[in-house]
Design a protein around this ligand. Structure first.
Ligand code: MN
Length: 131
């Protein structure tokens, strides 16, 4: 697989489903990204502060807290407020997307995630912060 623009960028992948998390991690690593993984909201918040990822891909359905609360917490903390968050969710209603964007997400992808589309979208969000 060819390497992409922004190869080496750190992406924090937050997803409680281990099968999905592993599959996306492999896909993104093969594309040249460095992947950090978190299975809960709490671990995601800790990693965002400690590891300063360039992008967070956030499943909104997490076991310990609402994904929207994760987004709000990241947005309210000056240590993480500049990190773009793209939501991954099975909820496809316009009102869900609006709530997500109001909480601070810069992007919104509906499950099942089209991996080709995901790989197309990621550089857009990385470009926003690096250029
Ligand atoms: Mn989930």
């Amino acid at each position: 697989m060819s390497r992409v623009k922004h190869a080496g960028s750190r992406i924090l992948l937050v997803e409680d489903n281990e099968t999905i998390r592993n599959a996306f991690s492999l896909l993104l690593e093969e594309s040249g990204y460095e992947i950090l993984q978190a299975a809960t909201g709490r671990l995601a918040l800790d990693s965002a502060v400690a590891d300063q990822p360039h992008l967070v891909l956030l499943d909104l359905g997490l076991p310990d807290m609402s994904g929207l609360d994760v987004v709000r917490t990241l947005a309210a903390d000056p240590r993480t407020s500049n990190i773009p968050v793209v939501a991954l969710t099975g909820r496809a209603l316009k009102t869900d997307e609006d709530a997500c964007r109001a909480a601070g997400c810069v992007g919104y992808l509906t499950k099942p995630i089209n991996t080709h589309h995901l790989l197309q979208e990621i550089p857009r969000y990385l470009a926003d912060i690096e250029e």
